[in-house]
Design a protein around this ligand. Sequence first.
Ligand SMILES: Nc1ncnc2c1ncn2[C@@H]1O[C@H](COP(=O)(O)OP(=O)(O)O)[C@@H](O)[C@H]1O
Ligand SMILES: [Mg+2]
Length: 328
Amino acid sequence: MTDALYSVRNLSVEYGTRQGPVKAVNDVSFDIRKNEILGLVGESGCGKSTLGKAMLRMITKPGEITGGQLLFGGHDLMTLSSREMRSLRGSRLGMVFQDPMTSLNPVQRIVDHLTETILAHEKTTTAAAARTRASELVERLGIRRERIDDYPHQFSGGMRQRVMIALALALHADLVIADEPTTSLDVIVEAKFLDLLRELRDEFDLTIVMITHNIGVVAEIADRVAVMYAGRMAEIGDVREVFARPLHPYAEGLLKSVPNIELDGQELYKMDGSPPNLAFTPPGCSFHPRCPKALPICSDQVPVLRSVRADQETACWLYDDQTVEIAR
Ligand SMILES: Nc1ncnc2c1ncn2[C@@H]1O[C@H](COP(=O)(O)OP(=O)(O)O)[C@@H](O)[C@H]1O
Ligand SMILES: [Mg+2]
């Protein structure tokens, strides 16, 4: 893929546990395209947060990246030193965590977080100019300017997440990975926040990976969607294509179980079973024990992600013998 901003190749991440190694990310490969919003979805525990952190090499013990390449800006990030990686995180890559309290320093005011970043990044800027820029950024994110002198604990969860985004903007980050950034927001604030993210993407030329268990959020904001199951990529493609015609039975089940407007009044689908314990992933396709369409091969061999339609790839044996169908 020529327009890839970031490519993940055969990435695996394991956590050492008493039950043995938990394969939270298992041989995952995909591309993130420049300027897109990619929604990363899947049931809880399927490895989304681990994948997001691994992409910034922020996995900490007992976790470890056990293999793969992270291709960004002409480098395999796996070959960089921790120092080089830190500097990249302080410049081109940003992350908005589920709970930003852990990434904001509780004894530093919001303004200090921002000006520190701005001054580190724009060496020619004065402290006063950095303060003005910090106020502009928080205002752009819908927080009153005066509040930049507050401390993180004086902010709500949603406001702290917006501060994290302001920080990513202050970095002029190319890629922002946002992990469940809307969970602490009510529906109205969430809708505004999603609009804002889209605007910022255009204004600041951002590429955003939005990790969420909320399919509605993905429908609202994403250009493409990636569906993970049990540490692997089940399907990835154009959001309208995947929502209209999901290929993988897991993607289909996941989408059918979401209340949406078209299905209004119909009974909500409930997928049978639950995701496996990743210390004991089933052989073959890990979804086969729950799959209504499983074939004999599914319990035996792992399907690889392959292109089935123009902008839609899936890892599923059902499509093994289908020639690539070029839509339209
Ligand atoms: N620090 C950790 N130690 C051990 N296992 C972990 C740790 N963090 C995550 N896991 C395991 O890795 C798997 C994937 O977790 P996670 O990436 O948080 O999934 P998601 O974000 O999709 O909910 C889960 O089985 C989880 O229990
Ligand atoms: Mg998570």
